[in-house]
Design a protein around this ligand. Structure first.
Ligand code: SDX
Length: 389
């Protein structure tokens, strides 16, 4: 009996539309909410307030925020020397290595140094505050890993992490100068909008790893590897390469025609869940516009904004496709003077808050994640010994 062709696109392909579990952390119905709060309200917060909301379940009081921010800063200021030495060696031998691989290696090394073997006893009995402490450590360590790598590439000893909230501290470390208020505010907005997004591919991987009883560092390491892919986190870097390829408005039509004729995807557009628009793209698109038209510093980026706007219009006309978060995020990071190969690593810095929150939620009410597969292979057949083959 012929089996359905294995390349038949059925509704479950990519688990599209499949409800794969429950979560208290994020909902995408009607609008994007973190723990019940609309993200359009949350963009006025600091990234630390959002990370606290995701990890602890509530927006912090001023006292809680100060303590939480201090713990994250302390973690950022205490990267083990073993990791620094490893990064210095890697920067010498393979300076071109993907920064996503550097973060994946760094988190894996931290897990090894901290002997993270996951929750000691069954999570139900297990006090998850130890896991929350690991999460807070990683919230500070991951951006510090990024800054350490950049220092190593420059042949410099890692400078001390600033006693500031994460957005101004990281921007100062990466740009080697104090950023303006509007630049810091818009950068902070990118971290909030990248923080969490329900069962996206990298988060689902983190939960799957943890559902076996494995540890948080293994879950985050696997999630970083997942986010690296251009259909997921890696899209934001490709967005800028695309805009650079197009260069001028008159190239948009032929460039897009070629893309669509070759059945290639346009990076920064489309979404598995959002078919009528990604609220995050709207919020960050407005912030991007405010930044770029804020003062003459960004004048040279206005040309790219106009190009982006024209491509957006044309792609909607041709395929009714709308931008996702990566579309404005790439332009914001570029306008802030950040190199393209830092864009997806910045997504990691923010998403560590979502990944670790989901890992803790999985640990707190765990069942091994093990879906079924529909067999579409060979029909049953008799064995043939090697002499008769
Ligand atoms: C993120 O899950 C999350 O929440 C992820 C994320 C998060 O916060 O974690 O939101 C972050 O990953 C955002 C997405 C970043 N990726 C990109 O920008 C890459 C480009 N986008 C596409 O690859 C695509 O839109 C996906 C992968 C994001 C979603 O694809 P789906 O849901 O599998 O949709 P599909 O491939 O079935 O496409 C349906 C149709 C197809 O046309 P037909 O074959 O039916 O004629 O739409 C077309 C696709 O070809 N299409 C695109 C397109 N996206 C969909 N065509 C051109 N360019 C695109 N970007």
């Amino acid at each position: 009996m012929p089996h359905p062709s294995s390349n038949q696109k059925d509704t479950e392909s990519g688990l599209a539309g499949i409800m794969a579990g429950h979560t208290n952390i994020c909902s995408l119905d009607e609008t994007l909410r973190y723990r019940g709060y609309a993200v359009s309200d949350l963009v006025q917060c600091s990234f630390e307030e959002i990370a606290h909301l995701l990890l602890w379940g509530d927006l912090p009081t001023a006292t809680q925020l100060e303590a939480f921010t201090g713990r994250i800063q302390h973690a950022a200021q205490s990267i083990p020397q073993t990791v620094v030495c490893c990064f210095q060696g890697l920067a010498e031998t393979s300076p071109q290595t993907s920064i996503m691989d550097v973060l994946r290696t760094g988190v894996s090394l931290l897990g090894q140094l901290e002997c993270d073997n996951g929750p000691k006893e069954s999570p139900r009995a297990h006090d998850l505050s130890q896991e929350r402490m690991k999460a807070e450590q990683l919230l500070g360590q991951v951006p510090a890993l990024l800054a350490t790598w950049i220092d190593c590439l420059r042949g410099e000893s890692p400078s001390r992490w600033p006693n500031k909230p994460l957005a101004p501290a990281l921007l100062e470390k990466l740009c080697h100068t104090k950023a303006s208020n509007i630049a810091t505010t818009v950068f902070n907005t990118t971290l909030i909008l990248y923080a969490e997004h329900e069962f996206n591919a990298s988060t689902f991987v983190a939960r799957t790893v943890t559902s076996t009883g494995s540890d948080m560092h293994s879950g985050v390491t696997a999630a970083i590897g997942t986010l690296k892919g251009p259909l997921h986190g890696g899209a934001n870097e490709k967005v800028l390469h695309q805009l650079m390829d197009i260069g001028v408005p008159e190239n948009i039509e032929p460039w897009l025609a070629r893309k669509l004729n070759d059945h290639e995807v346009v990076m920064g557009f489309g979404h598995r869940i959002y078919k009528t628009g990604d609220i995050r793209a709207d919020l960050l698109g407005d912030a991007c516009h405010r930044l770029i038209y804020s003062d003459s510093t960004y004048e040279k980026h206005q040309k790219l904004e106009k190009l982006a706007y024209k491509l957006e219009q044309l792609l909607f006309e041709k395929k009714e496709l709308r931008p996702n978060l990566d579309w404005p995020a790439a332009r914001v990071y570029h306008a802030l003077g950040l190199p393209i190969n830092l864009f997806t690593p910045l997504f990691v810095v923010a998403r560590v808050s979502g990944w670790t929150s989901h890992i803790i939620e999985q640990m707190g009410n765990n069942r091994l994640i093990r879906p079924l597969a529909k067999y579409v292979g060979q029909a049953p057949r008799p064995y043939v010994s090697i002499e008769d083959r």
